[in-house]
Design a protein around this ligand. Structure first.
Ligand code: HEC
Ligand code: HEC
Length: 269
């Protein structure tokens, strides 16, 4: 019989191996868990950083946009015909104008004066220059109303004109009308006018065309007649803009003028 001790190595190794496997397994699970946790933590940090970066980018782009908007604003202001104007001084000067154009720039039918409220400063200043330099209102025989306005403009300096235009920009008087016409017929005729004055007669700055919606109908008709008969816009060398308008009025009958004025009224806000 063999005195060799019974070989217990086999089962021991097996037991050890089993323990090792279990330990490895548990260890691995633990490791995996830690890895998973730290991965999640990393991810959270990355997301946080990304969010912060996105926020920073957004605020930077918002700041840049605000700066651009401010620049555009400043540019527009510098380009504005009333840049640096003093509306308070303009208001004081407007007291005289108000006797014919109304406190609130609404115009006066009895005096054939137009509303000035709502008109662009660029246009107001150009017309004051026109009256001052005899481009408008120089001939009382042909243009009674214009001849009443001309001496008023002659009293104004460039500075006054700017200041007054700035004050007029604050006025909100609504034109009062005196005529009747066929607005539907006027609408058809207005299609041509829209190319320069805008589809809603709001005026097109790039074309230097005035807004028409707050002009009293009697004044619209008077001006169309003036343009038609060469009282206004006859000399392109002195009145570029008026000379663009004159040929348009020459195509209109008096009835057309009434009808167009009636249609323009319907566009008023
Ligand atoms: C005595 C009355 C009277 C006074 C005062 C007067 N205006 Fe006029 N103004 C008129 C009349 C009338 C017209 C219309 C002229 C025409 O039919 O062409 C007119 C036209 C105008 C126009 C042209 C508007 C347009 O749509 O083309 C402007 C701008 C204007 N006046 C500004 C002024 C300012 C600014 C003052 C003050 C400094 C002033 N007026 C003072 C009577 C007056
Ligand atoms: C080619 C462009 C053009 C077309 C088309 C045109 N206009 Fe004009 N119109 C002008 C311009 C520019 C002025 C400004 C003239 C000035 O500065 O004296 C003007 C001025 C006027 C005025 C004078 C406003 C005021 O306040 O004194 C009236 C009214 C007018 N247009 C009506 C019309 C009507 C109605 C039509 C269509 C039948 C028409 N326009 C078509 C360019 C145009």
């Amino acid at each position: 019989m063999s005195s060799k001790p019974k070989n217990t190595g086999g089962p021991l190794v097996l037991a050890f191996t089993a323990v090792l496997v279990v330990m490895l397994f548990v260890g691995f699970k633990g490791l995996a868990k830690t890895a998973k946790e730290s991965y999640a933590k990393n991810q959270a940090t990355i997301t946080e950083i990304q969010e912060q970066q996105a926020k920073e980018l957004k605020s930077r782009s918002e700041k840049a946009q605000a700066a651009i908007a401010q620049q555009e604003d400043m540019k527009a202001q510098a380009a504005s015909p009333v840049a640096g104007a003093n509306a308070e001084l303009g208001k004081a000067k407007y007291a005289l104008c108000a006797t014919c154009h109304g406190q609130n720039g609404e115009g006066m039918a009895a005096l054939k004066s137009p509303a000035l409220a709502g008109q662009s400063a660029d246009y107001i200043i150009r017309q004051l220059q026109n009256f001052k330099h005899g481009v408008r209102g120089a001939d009382p025989a042909k243009d009674m109303a214009g001849a009443q306005m001309a001496p008023m403009a002659k009293m104004l300096s460039e500075e006054d004109m700017k200041n007054i235009a700035a004050h007029i920009g604050t006025l909100t008087g609504k034109a009062v009308h005196t005529l009747t016409g066929d607005a539907a017929a006027g609408k058809a005729k207005y299609a041509l006018c829209a190319t320069c004055h805008g589809p809603n007669a709001e005026g097109v700055p790039a074309m230097k065309s005035p807004g028409l919606t707050n002009l009293p109908d009697y004044y619209v008709v008077t001006q169309l007649k003036n343009f038609k008969h060469g009282v206004r816009g006859a000399d392109p060398s002195k009145d570029m803009q008026g000379s663009m308008m004159a040929p348009m009025a020459k195509m209109l009958s008096e009835e057309d003028m009434n009808n167009i004025a009636a249609y323009i009224k319907t566009l008023a806000k």
